[in-house]
Design a protein around this ligand. Structure first.
Ligand code: C5P
Length: 300
């Protein structure tokens, strides 16, 4: 096999409950992930060494050195297999960079699946999940796709069954936010408040809405503990959220650590209208309509 291609979806967190800061610098979470139909493509081609090139709208914002998570993933996989392997990875980016949609994690997950196939390793999914967890808290979910609850750092996953299709719009802001900065800001805001941080709890009503395909209830239950931190770092996002509310979104939320904002629509037509409205905002670089859940990366 001389080349393997995979499509890897972006994610939105429909519930992101952040517990107290742990000794290792992470937070325990209840993180309900939902994969949506904005895909990066990862192609792994035969090569002597592990290298990457990036094309597409966001390409100039992605490192092609050791900081690239897909390179780190391919290296970790080769190490796990105990051999020296090479691959040239070509990433076509459609997922916003540093946007709170797990774009870097998607590329890492894509590299794991594509290189596992290219190198004929045949490693089981469980092994890939373990390697993924060491690469980043969101990488296991990017590998899994669909809808799932993540606990621990977000890397311990249980798959969730969902009913029907949910229609979304993502308002992408100009410039990204660092996940670590947003968590640190969340800690600062909480410290200033002085209240005890509760242990994160699963929202059963939200899970029931996912299970039955009840979009209005899902919209009403969307929750993200990182949202106040993202809004304090990027106050203009409040206007984006408000514009979506005014345009009749069933629910509005900052996606993960932001700055992308997510809007739940009642159907595909409504999503199209919302995308047109939001794309006219000065705070919005572009608005993308998508649906979920969609599967994780599989070799084709
Ligand atoms: O796991 P990952 O490298 O993607 O995390 C990036 C940063 O986000 C961490 O360094 C940490 O600051 C923060 N984080 C956190 N708690 C989590 C996940 C991420 O504090 N559960």
């Amino acid at each position: 096999m001389s080349s393997v291609t995979v499509q890897v979806p972006a994610k939105v967190n429909v519930q992101l409950s952040v517990g107290p800061l742990r000794d290792d610098g992470y937070h325990d979470l209840v993180n309900v992930f939902h994969a949506v139909s904005i895909f990066d493509e990862v192609v792994a081609k035969e090569s002597d060494s592990i290298t990457v090139s990036v094309v597409g709208e966001w390409a100039d914002q992605v490192p092609v050195d050791d900081g690239n998570l897909a390179i780190q993933a391919a290296r970790a996989l080769a190490k796990h297999a105990g051999r020296t392997y090479g691959a040239h990875l070509v990433i076509e980016k459609s997922i916003p960079v540093a946007g709170g949609m797990a774009g870097g994690s998607a590329d890492a997950a894509g590299a794991l699946v594509a290189c596992n196939e290219l190198w004929g390793l045949g490693l089981p999914f469980e092994d890939l999940l373990e390697i993924a967890g060491d690469l980043g808290s969101d990488v296991p979910f990017s590998l899994m796709g669909g809808t799932a609850i993540g606990t621990g750092r977000g890397e311990q996953l249980s798959e969730l069954a969902t009913g029907g299709v949910f229609h979304w719009v993502f308002a992408v802001a100009e410039g990204g936010l660092s996940t670590a900065d947003v968590y640190a800001q969340c800690d600062r805001l909480r410290e200033a408040e002085g209240a005890e941080v509760p242990w994160p709890q699963v929202d059963d009503a939200l899970l029931a809405a996912l299970r039955t395909g009840d979009a209005p209830t899902l919209g009403a239950r969307l929750a993200n503990d990182l949202q106040p931190a993202a809004l304090s770092l990027r106050p203009e996002l409040a206007h984006t959220l408000e514009a979506g509310r005014a345009a009749g979104a069933l629910g509005v939320i900052v996606s993960g650590s932001g700055p992308t904002c997510a809007f739940l629509a009642s159907d595909a037509d409504h999503a199209g209208h919302l995308a047109t409205t939001l794309s006219q905002l000065p705070s919005c670089r572009t608005a993308l309509a998508a649906h979920g859940p969609v599967p994780g990366p599989r070799p084709s």
